[in-house]
Design a protein around this ligand. Structure first.
Ligand code: FE2
Length: 286
């Protein structure tokens, strides 16, 4: 077995594959927190997940569940059930499973970047932002003590093409939910339903400390876009993020406030790092 891992990393739920891609004829041989993992679906549909040795021998069976279009497991003993997303029960939404993108950085860098509004005009130019509208208006980032989740609220941004279904530029309301250290969901004004929010979520699967498979979904009110069109829109954005993420140094997320001031002096980044430090996260941080 590889090095000891701290409970804060072990006791989270992690996606290892989308439900549609874990087929009975296609096992998933992967890694989680530096350990070999095998996910399999039987012909009758039952999923089993094992932790294995580097030589491919079974070490133990792991907990597994299927939810939100994904297969989840844990290497530890989560104190809480997998976070609830009641939006998945709402009529009229479409789920888009956006596939997996491998990114050579830590899960913390990936989540922090996901929470960062200020990069939109420069990285997602003419899609999620545009010059000269580069100002990030004041917003709130706060740990919700009752749920133990980080919430970033009251965000707004001018976006040329906020979603695949957008017909033009709009001022878009945002909020972010980080239900566990290495999972994040954003809610943004839906162009398909007035007053409602579309969801975009990322579930980084840390293969190693600075190597992740990022699983991404959208849950949207959109009757006009093709599935393929929505997929391409989202994948294009994540490919832009990957270039930025893989150039950040150090790849591990620095938690010592003196080590690196977030370059964007970002409230959400400061709160996120403080939260990871207080939880005792060591995997993938510096
Ligand atoms: Fe981005």
């Amino acid at each position: 077995m590889s090095k000891d891992l701290e409970p804060a990393a072990l006791d989270q739920w992690y996606v290892i594959e989308s439900s549609e891609d874990l087929r009975s004829d296609q096992p998933r041989r992967t890694r989680l927190l530096g350990r070999p993992i095998l996910g399999e679906r039987s012909a009758s549909g039952t999923v089993t997940i094992e932790e294995r040795t580097e030589e491919g021998e079974t070490l133990r069976k792991l907990p597994c569940l299927e939810r939100y279009g994904y297969v989840w497991t844990t290497l530890g003993a989560p104190v809480k059930p997998l976070f609830d997303m009641p939006e998945f029960e709402e009529d009229g939404r479409r789920l888009v499973v956006c596939g997996v993108l491998t990114v050579r950085t830590s899960p913390g860098r990936i989540v922090e970047n996901f929470l960062d509004l200020s990069h939109f005009p420069f990285v997602h130019t003419d899609i999620l932002g545009a010059e000269p509208m580069t100002e990030v208006t004041p917003y709130k980032a706060k740990l919700d003590e009752s749920s133990g989740e980080l919430w970033v609220t009251e965000c707004g941004f001018y976006q040329p093409q906020a979603m695949a279904a957008s017909s033009g530029a709009a001022q878009v309301d945002y909020l972010y939910r980080v239900p566990q250290p290495y999972a994040a969901v954003l809610y943004k004004s839906s162009p398909g339903k007035a007053g409602a929010f579309d969801l975009i979520g990322i579930f980084p699967q840390p293969l190693e400390e600075t190597l992740c498979d990022v699983h991404c979904f959208m849950l949207v009110y959109d009757d006009v876009s093709s599935y393929e069109g929505m997929l391409q829109w989202q994948q294009g954005i994540f490919l832009q993020d990957r270039i930025i993420l893989e150039n950040q140094r150090p790849a591990r997320l620095p938690l010592d406030p003196k080590a690196e001031l977030p370059s964007r002096a970002d409230t959400s980044a400061i709160q996120y790092r403080r939260w990871l430090k207080n939880l005792g996260v060591e995997f993938g941080v510096a």
